[in-house]
Design a protein around this ligand. Structure first.
Ligand code: IMP
Length: 201
């Protein structure tokens, strides 16, 4: 099914309760004249992410928010994937940090699980899903390849940012300025595809 495109001035719910993601998506949307309201601002509940993949979970979040708010909703499902761990933590990236959302512990857990594997390759994936209240969806994928570092470097960003150095970069996501990370990340790549399809100039 095809979705009606977004127009400047339209209201859009950002279907996330993650403040790091919210900050980045608001920054990406800012130049495009879309009025943004977050799921948290509207008091919307967080649906259970029961799908086995990023696409399925992004759809669950976008559809739930669009139906509850009666507005188009944009959701991101994303995660940190490690080659030596066959893509884990992947869709379970948030869960690896436990109920306390302790990403210092989650990064140590990843590093411990990798042990002395010589393959340090890793990647971030983001799937953005736009849904309308009628139940139509469109999804967009972004991915950035790189490798893990140990110890983690930098204090910017959120989640696994200090553990990840993109290919060709000298700094980890955690060492980049917020503009630099936000405009080059996996989420930025998914956002480019979203813009081209849903908000053509
Ligand atoms: P979910 O998409 O809500 O299931 O959560 C994704 C989890 O992946 C986040 O809680 C972070 O741990 C991690 N993650 C996703 N994107 C990023 C990012 O840009 N930087 C660091 N960690 C991220």
């Amino acid at each position: 099914m095809s979705l009606v495109r977004l127009q400047r001035g339209e209201r859009l719910v950002l279907a996330t309760h993650n403040t790091g993601k919210l900050r980045e998506i608001v920054m990406l949307l800012a130049p495009h004249g879309i009025e943004v309201v977050s799921a948290g601002d509207l008091g919307l509940p967080e649906p259970d992410e029961t799908a086995p993949d990023f696409l399925g979970n992004a759809r669950i979040k976008a559809l739930a928010a669009a139906a509850a708010a009666g507005l188009p909703a944009l959701a991101d499902d994303s995660g940190f994937c490690v080659a030596a761990l066959a893509g884990v933590p992947g869709v379970h990236s948030a869960r690896w940090a436990g109920p306390a959302k302790d990403f210092t512990a989650a990064m140590a857990r990843v590093n411990h699980a990798m042990g002395d594997a010589t393959d340090r390759r890793a990647w971030f994936t983001s799937v953005l899903c736009l849904a309308n209240p009628g139940g139509e969806t469109a999804s967009f994928l972004g991915r950035v390849e790189g490798h893990t570092v140990w110890p983690p470097r930098g204090h910017a960003g959120f989640g696994y940012d200090p553990l990840f150095q993109p290919a060709g970069a000298m700094r980890t996501y955690g060492e980049m300025t917020s503009i630099e990370k936000t405009t080059t990340s996996h989420r930025a790549r998914a956002f480019e595809a979203f813009l081209a399809a849903m908000m053509p100039a």
